[in-house]
Design a protein around this ligand. Structure first.
Ligand code: GAL
Length: 427
C-alpha cells in the first residue's frame, strides 16, 4: 500500500494532465466529463448487511436520477481491507471510478496531496451543504479551506454489543455497563467461570486495531487519546503502557482464531451466543437486524467501559476523483447521498446516523436515537481504525504492529513500534 501511495504521489501531475482527455460520451469539458449516463461507484459494501445499506441508497438514487445508470464496483472486505489497495492501483493507473468511498478525515490526505481529488467546495455551496452538516464533521472534512468528499453517514466505533442471555445466565446484569476496564475484565472472569469459552470476540487485524483504539480511549481519556494524533500525547507515555497491559488482558478472553475472519464472523458469535461481547462499530446493528434480533431483548449495547461521554467518530464519504469518466453521474450520486431522503434510507439500513443535522431522530429506532444524542452531546474523537484520525500510511504501520502483537504478546516491541510510527508520521 505504501508503495502504491508513493507511486500515486509521483503520478499526481500525470493524473491532472489526463483529466482533460478522459471525457465520456457527451463530454467536451476540459476539466472532466459531465457525462451523467452512468456512475461507477467504488465501495467495500459488497455483501450482507453492508450491501443491504448500499442497495437502499441505490434505490433512492434510481428514483432521483432514473437516467443515470448505477454501476456497482464494490470490493469485498470490511473497513476497506482489500478495497483500499485496489483503489490505489486504479488511481495509479489513471483509471479512477466515478466516485469512491473513503472515510472523512485524515484518510484522504495522500490523495489530496497528490491532486487526485476534485475540490467539492462549490458543490457544497451550490447544494447548500455547508448548512446541513455539523461543524464537527465539516471541520474534519476541510483541508486548507477546501472540501473533497461528501458524507453519507456517521458511525460510532466505541460500542460493546452483548448477548443478554449469555450474561444473565452467568448472573451478570446486561443492562449495567461496567464502570471501567477492571470491572469489565472481572465480568469476563465470571463468564469464564460459568463456562463461556469466549467472553470477547475479535476478527481480523482491523478489528483488533479498533479494539486497541477503544482501550487507548478508555485509559487516556478523550484529550489524551486525541493528542496521540497531533503529537501532544507521545506513544511512550506510561498510560500507553497501561493501555497495552489492558489490551493484553482483554485478548486473553478473546478467541484466538479471529485473524483472517471478517467482522461479521465476530459479531455473529454474539448473535448466536458463542461469545458474550464484541466491540464493533454500529454497522453491527444492521447485522443484528438482519438476523432478526431485538434490541433490548436479545442484545444490547453500551459504550466501551471507560469511554462513556465520548463518541468515537467515523464517517463514510464519497469523492469526485480527478479524471472521473462520468463526472455528471458522480455529481448526481453525491446529490443523492447528501439528500435528506438518501441519508434516511441509507442510515436506517446501515445502523449509522445521518450526517445531516435536519434529520428527525423519531424516524430512527432506539439504538440510533441514542447515538444521535451522543453525537450531539458527547465529546467527539476521531477513529484510528477507520481513517478519521491518521493518514493511511500511519494506520498501516499501527496495523502491522498490532498484528504482530496479537501473535507474540510482546508489549515492549508493540510500544516501540507505536513510538516509531508516530515519529515517522509527525516528524
Ligand atoms: C467501516 C465503514 C463502515 C463499515 C465498516 C465495516 O470502515 O466506515 O461503513 O462498512 O467499515 O466494513
Amino acid at each position: 500500500m505504501r508503495k502504491a501511495l508513493a507511486a500515486v504521489a509521483g503520478l499526481a501531475a500525470v493524473g491532472l494532465a489526463l483529466a482533460g482527455c478522459s471525457g465520456g460520451a457527451d463530454s467536451g469539458n476540459a476539466g472532466g466529463s459531465d457525462d451523467d449516463s452512468q456512475v461507477e461507484v467504488f465501495t467495500w459494501w459488497a455483501a450482507g448487511s453492508e450491501k443491504a445499506g448500499l442497495d437502499a441508497l441505490v434505490k433512492v438514487f434510481d428514483e432521483q436520477f432514473p437516467n443515470t445508470e448505477f454501476v456497482n464496483a464494490a470490493v469485498a472486505g470490511g473497513a476497506g481491507s482489500n478495497a483500499k489497495n485496489a483503489l490505489a492501483s486504479r488511481l495509479k493507473a489513471n483509471n479512477p471510478p466515478d466516485s469512491f468511498q473513503a472515510h472523512a478525515g485524515a484518510e484522504l490526505t495522500d490523495y489530496i496531496e497528490a491532486d487526485k481529488l476534485e475540490d467539492l467546495s462549490s458543490f457544497y455551496k451550490d447544494n447548500g451543504l455547508n448548512d446541513v452538516f455539523p461543524s464537527t464533521l465539516l471541520d474534519r472534512l476541510t483541508v486548507d479551506g477546501k472540501i473533497y468528499s461528501v458524507p453519507s453517514n456517521i458511525h460510532r466505533a466505541n460500542v460493546v454489543w452483548l448477548n443478554t442471555s449469555v450474561l444473565t445466565d452467568a448472573g451478570i446484569d446486561p443492562t449495567k455497563a461496567p464502570a471501567d476496564l477492571d470491572a469489565w475484565l472481572a465480568d469476563m472472569e465470571t463468564l469464564k467461570a460459568n463456562g463461556v469459552e469466549t467472553p470477547l470476540s475479535v476478527a481480523t487485524d482491523w478489528t483488533q486495531v479498533q479494539l486497541f483504539e477503544n482501550v487507548l480511549l478508555s485509559v487516556l481519556g478523550a484529550d489524551g487519546y486525541s493528542g496521540l494524533w497531533d503529537g501532544s500525547t507521545k506513544f511512550d507515555d506510561a498510560k500507553v503502557t497501561k493501555a497495552i497491559d489492558y489490551y493484553t488482558k482483554l485478548l486473553s478472553f478473546a478467541n484466538t482464531d479471529g485473524t483472517g475472519q471478517d467482522w461479521p464472523v465476530a459479531t455473529d458469535m454474539v448473535i448466536d451466543g458463542t461469545a458474550a461481547y464484541n466491540v464493533m462499530g454500529d454497522w453491527a446493528l444492521a447485522q443484528f437486524d438482519a438476523k432478526g434480533k431485538v434490541y433490548g431483548t436479545d442484545y444490547t449495547t453500551w459504550p466501551t467501559p471507560g469511554t462513556d461521554g465520548t463518541f468515537d467518530f467515523l464517517a463514510d464519504s464519497f469523492t469526485l476523483p480527478v479524471g472521473a469518466p462520468h463526472a455528471g453521474g458522480a455529481k448526481n450520486w453525491l446529490k443523492t447521498i447528501s439528500s435528506a431522503d438518501g441519508q434516511k434510507a441509507f442510515n436506517l439500513a446501515k445502523g449509522s446516523i445521518p450526517a445531516r443535522t435536519d434529520a428527525d431522530p423519531a424516524d430512527y429506532p432506539e439504538y440510533q436515537q441514542g447515538a444521535i444524542a451522543s453525537f450531539s452531546e458527547d465529546t467527539v474523537v476521531s477513529s484510528l481504525a477507520h481513517g478519521a484520525a491518521v493518514k493511511v500510511s500511519w494506520l498501516n504501520d499501527v496495523t502491522s504492529a498490532i498484528g504482530q502483537f496479537v501473535s507474540t504478546s510482546d508489549a515492549k516491541t508493540l510500544q516501540d513500534a507505536l513510538v516509531q510510527a508516530q515519529t515517522k508520521a509527525l516528524g
